[in-house]
Design a protein around this ligand. Sequence first.
Ligand SMILES: O=C(O)c1cc(=O)[nH]c(=O)n1[C@@H]1O[C@H](COP(=O)(O)O)[C@@H](O)[C@H]1O
Length: 305
Amino acid sequence: MNFTDRLIAKVKEKKSHVCVGLDPRLDRIPDKIREEAIKKYGETKEAVVDAFLTFNQGIIDAVKDDVAIIKPQMAFYEKYGYQGIKAFEKTVAYAKKQGLLVITDAKRNDIGSTAKAYADSYLGSSSKSDSLTVTPYLGSDGIKPFITHCQANDKGVFILVKTSNPSAGELQDLELKDGDRVYEKLARLVEDWGMDSIGDKGYSSVGAVIGATYPQEARKLRKIMKHNYFLVPGYGAQGGGAKDVVPCFNQDGLGAVVNSSRGIIFAYQQEDCSNDYQQAAKKAVLDMKEDINTALQEVNKLTWE
Ligand SMILES: O=C(O)c1cc(=O)[nH]c(=O)n1[C@@H]1O[C@H](COP(=O)(O)O)[C@@H](O)[C@H]1O
């Protein structure tokens, strides 16, 4: 079993393609959690970290029955120095204890020898996280150390191919001499890089990040990367909807996990939502799960066999 085999087993168990992004922002955490942390630690970084951890554990408890995987984004933790990293690590450990898989969203890469150090820390045998987001700008020698670790330690990577942001096209859409766009060239490389790590279900442990905001491109990319699992951010807060993510799935009803961060964890701040952040997050996940499953069913791509 490789990483994607484990992911697929969880997706089927939960009947859900949803990934919840744990991207905490202090000013959006419920007052009660923030105030209690300040009472314990004063206005310090320790208080921030305590609040993040309490909040994340509450979200995990609320959503764990309906998601296979969570994705903490490292930027929100790094911001608070080593205390933030501690909150990140404790969040990952808690998610694992609750039976969830974890994508560390840290978008790492460098020259080969330095990439190996990143791979050691995020995908080493002692890392609790199951997978990592990786940027491809340095080419294959910066990617290989991550792939080696995936094979040795049963981990996964998601390589940025077509990102969800508005200016993604400035580089990714440039046309090359052979007529491919940069993102298509990247997709061919990702397919190649994954060929030695294909699991029992036909998917490689080398995945790709494809934004929910670019469904036309996703359709082309699904054809190029037949064996790669997609991480699809951009649903919800960035405007992507269920119909937009359908092209990311294969006919076997698999092939993508769809991330939403703000739309789930801060659902309690939306109008007509419960003030209870856990209840609101649970409802948001159930709605998203149903929304995606219905869209897949409409095109005969929903199957749990
Ligand atoms: O790698 C990612 O997860 C990622 C890639 C991308 O193209 N776009 C993108 O939004 N993300 C991440 O996905 C999350 C999206 O958050 P929301 O917009 O709040 O749902 C953030 O953690 C982003 O850093």
